[in-house]
Design a protein around this ligand. Structure first.
Ligand SMILES: Nc1ncnc2c1ncn2[C@@H]1O[C@H](COP(=O)(O)OP(=O)(O)OP(=O)(O)O)[C@@H](O)[C@H]1O
Length: 283
């Protein structure tokens, strides 16, 4: 399996004959059509971003960014390291604000501290308290989200089983990197939010558990109206998504169903598609 940032270094090191995002520019939904997705009824939209700009000082990260994610299903966000994925997710949860443009989440304009109970977020950098055990971590976050003690207990048991979390009194600081990531992922799920925003949730997780986690995502979206937006550097993982969005230099350049992409380009895997020479892309 290829990771954009590790196994093939960064996309900056690659030429247009290795990874080639341009092939996506002729996908059914490139920039202009993404704009047109506004026709969806507000009640069917999980996330809507319009003409968003975000910079850090002189570094322009999001540039005229537009995106509409319908409710329900998994939306996988792909793009080279540094193209602005984390910045976008942080703007969606209200941790950062855009300099210009509109962000609407679950039908409401985003403002600070808003919608917290309806959104679950797993940051790329683990944000847990070192001295807490798994159960104490769930208690802490559950109470801060106004969950009842009984519900916290029920969800704790469920998530420990589901994600094979350490059950004894082991503290976060003594857990392995993979265990910490799984606890962090569980915190995002704890209160059964309507919208889950997950920034590289499967980094450092072994392949068996990664498959289980994706199976769980699929089960959730098949059995409820939950929407999951997920970034990953494991290209093949996005095959589980209903839609993938490709980001480049702070813009969404294309969106498509990953299986349709494979069919269209006649390649057996997403990995092959990204690594296919540009001259082969006009199928
Ligand atoms: N707080 C910040 N201050 C200044 N620059 C920042 C800050 N956060 C991010 N950046 C810059 O913004 C750009 C986009 O970063 P971001 O983390 O959003 O990219 P990314 O696509 O998530 O990358 P990766 O896949 O490596 O996580 C990068 O050039 C980064 O250096």
């Amino acid at each position: 399996m290829i990771r954009w940032s590790d196994d093939i270094k960064t996309m900056d090191n690659l030429t247009e004959n290795t990874i080639n995002e341009d092939r996506f520019l002729d996908s059914p939904k490139c920039t202009n059509e993404i704009e047109l997705c506004t026709n969806l009824d507000t009640q069917n939209v999980a996330v809507k971003v319009r003409k968003a700009f975000k910079s850090y000082g002189i570094v322009q990260v999001l540039e005229d960014f537009n995106m509409t994610v319908p409710k329900g299903g998994i939306y996988g966000l792909l793009g080279a390291s540094g193209c602005g994925k984390t910045t976008l997710l942080e703007c969606l949860i209200g941790r950062k604000s855009v300099n210009q443009g509109d962000v609407e989440i679950l039908g409401e304009k985003l403002h600070h501290g808003h919608n917290e109970c309806r959104i679950g977020y797993m940051p790329q950098k683990i944000g847990l308290y070192d001295d807490l055990s798994v159960e104490e971590t769930f208690l802490f976050f559950g109470r801060s989200l106004d969950m009842s003690e009984a519900k916290i207990k029920e969800r704790t048991k469920y998530l420990i089983d589901l994600l094979d979390l350490p059950q004894d009194d082991i503290r976060v600081k003594n857990m392995s990197g993979g265990q910490q990531r799984r606890v962090s992922l569980s915190v995002a799920f704890l209160h059964e939010p309507e919208l889950l925003i997950l920034d590289e949730p499967t980094v450092g997780v072994d392949s068996v558990l990664r498959q289980l986690i994706w199976d769980h995502f699929t089960t959730i979206v098949n059995n409820s109206a939950v929407t999951i937006i997920i970034t990953t550097h494991y290209i093949e993982e996005v095959l589980h998504a209903n839609t993938i969005g490709i980001m480049r230099h702070g813009c969404l350049i294309a969106e498509q169903n990953p299986k349709e992409l494979l069919r269209k380009h006649q390649v057996p895997s997403i990995e092959k598609l990204f690594l296919k020479p540009k001259s082969d892309s006009n199928h």
